[in-house]
Ligand binder design. Structure first.
Ligand code: CTP
Length: 402
């Protein structure tokens, strides 16, 4: 999995740096190209000569080589790497990373990095549990960095507690698993619908629903993370999509969503229909604002919108996987199974509005996945990001396993 991967290995000034020598060796043995960057303090614990000998590359530590004036471009390094690992990461480096204090080559490269970053903290137990460190790690996590949690045991201070850097073999396995996951959907095209549709009645009013789009956006992120090229056709939501592997196509109405989906479905290996599409639209959109009149009722004639999932299911080609959603309030499994069959889906993700934490607006969801062959997978209530992971795991394991 690591063959040919370009890895920046950042080493900071902690005693666990001696273990990073083993990590460098494991990475090199697995075929990775490793560029070590050491902070000035790291060189007090292990020598650059050790690391450059193991990696067959000069270690970078300063912004430039003093006697030649050769500049080491943190920008080029940030673009070059497939992953950056900082092990050990001291409390000081963690604080600098979290706050963008770019006063050494390592932190500067981190700020320029385009690749995923893995941080393996190592420090004394009191530093580890200090609210400042906890807060800094939370910040780093929220920016999408991967924290490789330290373990508990005897520390350099001879105190016993949490703060030991994870063993080099386990850090290696984290990286290896990461690259395995990110290649699962490599070369695959994924089409996803998300959010509500909005059907105008007049220039002021519309028919819509409470869908936030969070589930569909989380699935798009997950597929992109696993290497897919994603097209996300989204109704109006307040979310943004920054992942460059996701092509965001914005629509308003069900008819617009239908047209965009039909334009992409043939080329897609996986189609996930997550949008809460309005089943009906006004037959006539009034050009003027509808005025209140003397009667106490108002009738608006609605006509049916296209069923996008059904249309995708009808066109399904061999090898293509189509996943639908069902949000139900009663006889949940029965209704979901009916939709699975009627729309010719391979899988349907059922969420019940009766379950706490499931459905619209929330950051969590509780789902049951029903497969065409009859298999049923039940899950606990969890974040939509983790639900997306569960859904794509089933797709990968049962349809795209290499
Ligand atoms: N769906 C769709 N186009 C529609 C309606 C639904 O693509 N016009 C998709 C949804 O994205 C979802 C699945 O079909 O994947 C089921 O949606 P749902 O609204 O539960 O089903 P309906 O067929 O509309 O049934 P009902 O609203 O009567 O429960």
């Amino acid at each position: 999995m690591l063959e040919g991967k370009k890895i920046i290995l950042g080493v900071t000034g902690g005693i666990a740096a001696y273990k990073t020598v083993i990590l460098a060796r494991l990475l090199v043995k697995a075929g990775a190209e490793v560029q070590v960057i050491m902070t000035p303090n790291a060189k007090e614990f292990i020598t650059p000569l050790t690391m450059s000998t193991i990696t067959s590359k000069p270690v970078i530590s300063e912004f430039f080589t003093a006697n030649t004036g050769e500049w080491h471009s943190h920008v080029d390094l940030g673009v070059w790497a497939d992953a950056m690992v900082i092990a050990p990461a001291t409390a000081s480096t963690i604080a600098k990373l979290a706050n963008g204090v770019a006063d050494n080559m390592l932190v500067t490269t981190y700020l320029s990095s385009k690749s995923p970053v893995f941080i393996a903290p190592a420090m004394d137990l009191d530093m580890m549990r200090h609210p400042t460190t906890i807060h800094n790690l939370e910040m780093l996590k929220s920016y999408g960095n991967h924290i490789i949690e330290p373990t508990s045991g005897e520390l350099a201070s001879h105190l016993v507690g949490k703060g030991r850097m994870e063993e080099p073999e386990n850090i290696f396995n984290v990286l290896s698993d990461f690259f395995e996951t990110t290649s699962q959907l490599e070369g695959k095209k994924v089409l996803i619908t998300a959010g509500p549709t909005v059907e105008s009645i007049d220039p002021v009013r519309f028919i819509s629903n409470h869908s936030s789009g969070k589930m569909g956006y989380a699935i798009a992120e997950e597929c992109a993370l696993r290497g897919a090229e994603v097209t996300l056709v989204s109704g109006p939501v307040s979310l943004s999509m920054t992942n460059s592997n996701v092509n965001l196509v914005k629509v308003n109405t069900a008819c617009e969503m239908y047209a965009k989906v039909m334009g992409h479905t043939d080329e897609s290996d996986l189609v996930v229909l997550c949008a809460a599409v309005a089943d009906y639209r006004a037959e006539q959109i009034s050009e003027r604002k509808i005025k209140r009149d003397a009667t106490d009722t108002l009738t608006i004639k609605l006509v049916e919108n296209p069923d996008i999932a059904k249309a995708v299911g009808e066109k399904k080609h061999s090898g293509q996987v189509v996943v639908g959603f069902a949000l139900e309030t009663d006889n949940e499994e029965e209704h979901a199974r009916e939709k699975l069959a009627k729309k010719n889906l391979d899988m349907i993700v059922l969420n019940s509005l009766n379950d706490k934490g499931a459905g619209f607006k929330t950051d969590t969801n509780k789902v049951t996945i029903l497969e065409r062959g009859g298999a049923v997978h039940n899950y606990e209530c969890k974040s939509k990001r983790l639900v997306a992971k569960d859904i794509i795991d089933v797709v990968v394991n049962n349809h795209f396993a290499k």
